[in-house]
Design a protein around this ligand. Structure first.
Ligand SMILES: [Zn+2]
Ligand SMILES: [Zn+2]
Length: 360
């Protein structure tokens, strides 16, 4: 099969012909229909420490086929697989159980924080390929995609959209009538904005890319772009956003950037929520938190790691009813051959939304 391999950090992925995966007992083979390029893949490609550590902890090593936002058609199942059958179109959620839902966290309905967490493209080969194998310990978390939901959209629910759904709906991060500030309008930020807007909240968003802010405005958010300088963001927040819209009820951060977090924290109301879903880059791995402010305002700081497959209910209904249009989240549909161009655009922060590989 054709695949793109990460052989060396910060070097172009290598497009190669590799052997087709062989399916063993309890395993499932997917023909990849759509694969989103998530910024986490880019973080691993750069060699950012937390992603490399996760890859190594979960048994992955270079060369590896990246990719964890996947929708695929089941083409083969191993002995004993009963929950899916050949022909089914499924999502393998980016944060899946690795122990067939047997650990404490899986049993409590949170397989996204499984003790043996499986993320395709980190622990095993991912979806930048024609086929992807799902390990036996993770098959229980496959989610069937109903007819009528495009594979590109289904793929994005596996990470970007799913993470926003977890933060805002499952964890109740936003309520109708409230105001949400979204930092970073990539695939996940746009998803969060649309979910919040569809639930009757007001959305304000900031991004360093004017094209992303433009896209934010198109979907109904009050979106601003700025140069990337932290002091400029602080000024924008204090002198424009808070003055115009008041103090916000919650922040959904997709940037993982300590400077961004420090700039927006003072804009959160007492008992407000700071929802963290971004990952940090090398050299900026800690956030010097103004904990006095957290104490004085009784703020809640909540980390969000993708979405447990147990909590998918409602997502496909929302998409099927057209209440959220994931087309806005897609920047471009590309072929596998274009994957290095997509990484270049991600490095330049110039892509408003997701690249989705649809040709293999
Ligand atoms: Zn992701
Ligand atoms: Zn588990």
């Amino acid at each position: 099969m054709r695949a793109a391999l990460l052989k060396q950090f910060n070097a172009p992925l290598s497009l190669e012909e590799v052997p087709d995966p062989k399916v063993g007992k309890g395993e499932v083979l997917l023909q990849v229909l759509a694969c989103g390029i998530c910024r986490s893949d880019w973080h691993l490609w750069r060699g950012d420490p937390s992603l490399v550590a996760y890859m190594e902890w979960s048994g992955g090593r270079l060369p590896i086929i990246p990719g964890h936002e996947v929708a695929g058609r089941v083409v083969e199942v191993g002995e004993g697989v009963a929950n899916v059958a050949p022909g089914d179109v499924v999502v393998a959620p980016a944060s899946s159980t690795g122990d067939a839902r047997t650990c404490r966290f899986c049993r409590e309905g949170n397989s996204n924080i499984c003790e043996h967490l499986w993320i395709p493209g980190f622990g095993t080969h991912g979806c930048y390929a024609q086929y992807m194998k799902v390990p036996a310990g993770s098959v229980a978390d496959l989610v069937k995609v109903p007819p009528g939901v495009a594979p590109e959209y289904a793929a994005i629910t596996g990470c970007g959209f799913g993470t926003a759904w977890n933060a805002l709906v499952v964890k109740g991060g936003i309520k109708p009538g409230e105001t949400l500030l979204v930092t970073g309008l990539g695939g996940m930020g746009l998803s969060a904005a649309m979910i919040a807007l569809s639930s009757g909240a007001k959305v304000i968003a900031v991004d360093i890319n004017p094209a992303a802010a433009e896209k934010g405005r198109k979907i109904g958010a009050a979106a601003y772009s700025y140069s990337g300088k932290p002091e400029e963001l602080a000024k924008l927040v204090n002198e424009e956003i808070v003055k115009t819209y008041g103090i916000v009820d919650a922040v959904f951060d997709t940037t993982g950037n300590p400077d961004v977090l420090s700039a927006v924290l003072p804009a959160v109301r007492p008992q407000g929520r700071v929802l963290l879903a971004g990952l940090m880059v090398k050299g900026k791995e800690t956030w010097p938190l103004a904990s006095d402010l957290v104490v004085a305002r009784e703020l809640t700081i909540q980390g969000i790691l993708m979405l447990p497959s147990q909590r998918y209910d409602g997502i496909f209904k929302l998409l099927s009813e057209g209440r959220v249009n994931l087309e806005h989240v897609i920047h471009r549909r590309i072929s596998l051959d274009e994957v290095n161009d997509a990484y270049k655009a991600l490095s330049e922060y110039k892509s408003p939304g997701r690249f989705v590989i649809t040709k293999f």
